[in-house]
Design a protein around this ligand. Sequence first.
Ligand code: SF4
Ligand code: SF4
Length: 208
Amino acid sequence: MSSDLNERAAARYRSNFLQEVEDNVEGGGWVKMCMQCGVCSGSCPFGPHWAHPPQELFMMIRAGKREAVLSTDSMWMCTSCYNCVVRCPRKLPITEIMHGIARYAHKLGLAPKLQPTRRFSQQFWENCAKTGRVNELKLTLSLYFSEGLMPGLRKAWAMRNIGLGLLKAKRLNPFELFGGHKCKDQKGIEAMLAKAREIEERRKHAAH
Ligand code: SF4
Ligand code: SF4
């Protein structure tokens, strides 16, 4: 579902999607430097599995295909292997741009809701930002049960031997479910995140 922010951005940039990407996507200013050689797409381990490999996404941005770019799950598939970056003759920060487009699509409410990487990133962040430390047990359970009770139970059952192995090796502590370990200076983490949000807001307003 689209958001107010998305409608405002679409109205503001009208048919200039390249400009929108330049202003709002990390590394977006590099898209216009792409010469469409296709080396990145040919080097990507995803190869034929992409709906839109990087070179095609960059071409679509320049062609103003806003909705098709922001709603695809292609950029969410990027594994950050950097194969494309080391081979690009124009030295585009392709990985950064891919993640930047994904973040922007998420912010506008256009990213595919059930895309597994998007969902994992969201849950990881929510888990980590609460205490400053990742609670692996809670994160795993939130992933297992994100599609409902029965699929969660089936997944937990399928993974039971790995869970037991981790328990035996003392790599999994069931008491982490009740609170769990935290960063010593939790207030400091909260203040740091609040400051980061404030800086981001300030930058956003300065750009507009
Ligand atoms: S390798 Fe670089 S220049 Fe070539 S298509 Fe990919 S991004 Fe564009
Ligand atoms: S960094 Fe991403 S886009 Fe680049 S080759 Fe690796 S998976 Fe493909």
